[in-house]
Design a protein around this ligand. Structure first.
Ligand code: GAR
Length: 212
């Protein structure tokens, strides 16, 4: 499938260009199945990304990402957003936990919560998000469905620095993915995710170089 639908990644960077002297300490935020978490953890294991993941925070008790963390022997904690009155309170709990683990980069790997100045202010220019579209197109939820409905012929994924506006902020890396005639949200998302898994570790290293 991948060969039939060539993708295009920009800017062109290799892990060789992005070697880091000091390991990054990544705090990962995830809400769902955790395939992006797994791709990052795997890149670290394969020594393609010089980093450690001291802590994963997830917000849904059923999130599969927790099992993925256990498989990598990575510590994880549940912060259920339903137990916090305000978004700021959840973000403050995240900041407190990550600071206590000496985290220096926050990675939103499928984090389906809107973040506030509490989180962004505690890690200025050091919060990274991934989104399944070529931003600034198709922000928000159901980005893959939005692209199919709009009838665009190329979509993709974006890794960017997070800012207060949802799915906005300086773009680090994008991958383009062609839309096929018979695509459903599921088939298209699966091909986008193949690209997400490639660009996310690269984009983290790129961010660390650009915003040390
Ligand atoms: C990913 O496709 C990511 O781009 C998307 O959630 C999925 C999580 O998958 N994020 C957003 O839509 C954020 N606006 P995963 O749990 O398998 O990594």
């Amino acid at each position: 499938m991948e060969n039939l639908t060539p993708s295009f990644i920009s800017p062109q960077v290799s892990s060789e260009d992005l070697k880091l002297e000091t390991p990054l300490k990544l705090g990962i935020l995830a809400s769902g199945s955790g395939t992006n978490f797994e791709a990052i953890a795997d890149a670290i294991k394969q020594q393609e990304l010089n980093a450690k993941i001291p802590l994963l925070i997830y917000n849904n008790p059923q999130a599969k990402v927790q099992e993925k963390a256990a498989a990598f022997n990575i510590e994880s904690k549940l912060l259920n957003h339903r137990h916090f009155k305000r978004r700021e309170d959840l973000d403050q709990a995240i900041v407190d936990l990550f600071k206590s683990y000496n985290i220096n980069w926050v990675i939103m790997a499928g984090w389906m919560r809107i973040v506030t100045p509490v989180l962004l202010g505690a890690f200025p220019n050091h919060v990274i998000n991934i989104h399944p579209s070529l931003l600034p197109s198709f922000k928000g939820i159901k980005a893959v469905e939005q692209a199919l409905e709009a009838g665009v012929k190329i979509t993709g994924c974006t890794v960017h620095l997070a800012s207060l506006e949802v799915d906005s902020g300086p773009i680090l890396l994008q991958a383009a993915v062609p839309i096929l005639q018979d695509d459903t949200p599921e088939t298209l998302h699966a091909r986008i995710q193949i690209q997400e898994h490639k660009i996310f570790p690269l984009a983290i290293a790129l961010a660390a170089k650009k915003y040390p």
